[in-house]
Design a protein around this ligand. Structure first.
Ligand code: AMP
Ligand code: MG
Length: 407
């Protein structure tokens, strides 16, 4: 049986990076840019006021300090969105709002808090100012010819703002994968259906769709296939247009486990069908004419953990991302852990940080049907293959899968 690390390498060596599409910038959040976006304009486009106040000639404010103050004649009001050709001469000022263009002749802005209104057309300046005070200069944010985004960078809210400000409504990015998702099992019902004898509600389809969305990829739900080769095959056929196929259950060695046979009949070339890992030993991975196909185990925890370990990095890689894995930290164990050495274990765990140290405990019973333990977990302890005991106080590697924001 291949190891966890070998299996992950096989997956990542086999998945393609998807092609490039042009998208409206608002649809590009989280995607990887496939072009440089170069500004053809300077931002801000003109010198403008950083404050509500008075546009003045700095030299006119020199004499104002403490008892002494200077009075200037106010020529007009200049709100944001307007401009004026009227020049500020000696002894004059224009009342200006934040974002309004600097009028000719003025070389500083006095903020309103440092003035006193004498009358509608006279203002008293209480402090001397220097040239350039409270002015935002043309091009100080972005120069002409500057890249606001480069090929390979991830598109963040700030980058979308930059693209908008340089007048770019569209951007070329690497396409998001469409992920066909199939649940299999005679026992399965949808979330809204009442229970019946022998039946359970499918949770895997719901977790897989949600995990797909969390990666920034697009789920295509194929529904629930019953445990026959024909039904699994006909459901899978609806997913052949997708970039990735992910099915759940029916991959172990039970009499009703038809997924592998159905995938084989569709033409999937298997790269592995078992991995030395717990949970998730019966994980299947293959390629269907270059398209990645994952058969995840049916137990709800196995399905989620295996999606996290194999499908998530594959989807991120297809989207052109460079950071594929969750952060790992060394954490101090707060309990003894004993395991059999044949497989690597990924143990659901609660991690907390105290000072500069991380501490970790398991979330209790690790049965792979106990989905609540996944909800309680914000980390997975990586218990290596070949080892049998880690004692309280020792350090273990923990993958942070869902660390809360700092309070
Ligand atoms: P299997 O791999 O088909 O033997 O399924 C293993 C276990 O996972 C069984 O207890 C199934 O009932 C359960 N299971 C399979 N599919 C799902 C699903 N979509 N949601 C929740 N549990 C499932
Ligand atoms: Mg089954």
């Amino acid at each position: 049986m291949i190891t966890f690390e070998e299996a992950r390498k096989i997956v990542l060596d086999s998945v393609p990076t998807l092609d490039i599409v042009e998208k409206p910038i608002l649809d590009a959040l989280g995607s990887i840019a496939a072009e440089n976006a170069v500004s053809t304009e300077q931002i801000p486009p003109f010198d403008n006021s950083a404050m509500d106040g008075y546009a003045v000639r700095a030299e006119d404010t020199r004499g104002s300090a403490g008892e002494k103050s200077v009075e200037l004649r106010v020529l007009m009001d200049l709100p944001a969105g307007r401009h004026t050709d009227r020049s500020v001469g000696r002894g004059e000022a224009i009342r200006i709002m934040t974002g309004a263009p600097m009028p000719p002749g003025a070389d500083a802005v006095v903020q309103v808090e440092l003035t006193e209104k004498v009358s509608d057309n006279c203002v008293r300046i209480l402090e001397p100012h220097d040239k350039g005070d409270n002015i935002r200069f043309a091009g100080e944010d972005i120069a002409v010819g500057q890249d606001v985004i480069r090929t390979g960078e991830e598109i963040t809210p700030a980058k979308i703002g930059l693209l908008a400000s340089i007048g770019r409504p569209r951007i070329k990015v690497i396409r998001r994968p469409v992920v066909a998702i199939l649940a299999t099992g005679d026992e399965l019902l949808e979330a809204g259906e009442p229970l019946a004898p022998g039946k359970i509600r499918s949770s895997n389809s719901y977790t897989m769709i949600s995990q797909t969305r969390m990666c920034g990829a697009e789920p295509l739900y194929l529904g629930i296939a019953r445990d026959t080769i024909d039904d699994v095959r006909s459901h899978l056929q609806k997913g052949l247009s997708a970039d990735v196929i992910v099915s759940s259950a029916g991959v172990s060695v039970g009499d009703y486990d038809f997924v592998k046979t159905s995938l084989e009949e569709l033409g999937v070339r298997f790269m592995f069908t078992r991995v030395a890992i717990r949970p998730g030993m019966p994980t299947v991975f293959g390629l269907l004419r270059g398209k990645p196909v994952f058969g995840l185990p049916g137990n709800p925890v196995s399905s989620m953990v295996i999606f996290e370990q194999f499908v998530r990095p594959a989807l991120l890689m297809m989207m052109g991302k460079r950071r594929l894995f969750r952060p790992e930290v060394d954490a101090i164990l707060e309990e003894d852990i004993k395991k059999k050495p044949e497989r690597a274990h990924l143990l659901r765990a609660a991690v907390r940080k105290e000072g500069s140290e991380y501490y970790v405990t398991t979330t209790g019973p690790q049965g792979s049907g106990i989905l609540l333990s996944m909800d309680l977990a914000n980390g997975l302890i990586l218990f290596p293959r070949g080892e049998t005991l880690r004692k309280k106080g020792e350090r273990v590697k923990v993958q942070l899968i869902n660390m809360p924001e700092v309070e």
